[in-house]
Ligand binder design. Structure first.
Ligand SMILES: [Zn+2]
Length: 113
């Protein structure tokens, strides 16, 4: 019986590795936390050392967690930047269209008067 869980970054199914709490996505390499219900218990002695590692929280795991939490902020910043560049393009385009319409209107007025 093998259960899979989805990668938080790419959504690919991953098989939890025995005795591990954290693993890398086999598709994109993202640090993944294996869901508690899917953690495969290995030998009791090894399991004990893992629960100890959980309480001390190694810096590598902490850094990966921080990176994962900062991902939505980075995406929002990028979206804001994209909207800004789009606005910078939109405003001059609107002005140009407006000016062309005005000139066209004046020409039409002159022609028909
Ligand atoms: Zn992935």
């Amino acid at each position: 019986m093998t259960q899979t869980f989805q990668c938080t970054a790419c959504g690919a199914p991953n098989q939890p590795e025995a005795g591990l709490m954290y693993m890398l996505c086999t598709y994109c390499g993202t640090n993944l936390t294996i869901p508690e219900s899917l953690r495969i218990k290995s030998m009791p002695r090894v399991e004990k050392s893992f629960t100890k590692a959980e309480t001390t929280r190694p810096i590598e795991v902490e850094a990966a967690d921080i990176l994962r939490k900062s991902q939505p902020i980075a995406i929002r910043a990028w979206n804001l930047f994209a909207a800004w560049t789009w606005l910078r393009w939109l405003i001059p385009t609107c002005l140009t269209i407006f000016i062309v319409l005005c000139v066209g209107f004046v020409i039409v007025l002159f022609v028909f008067s």
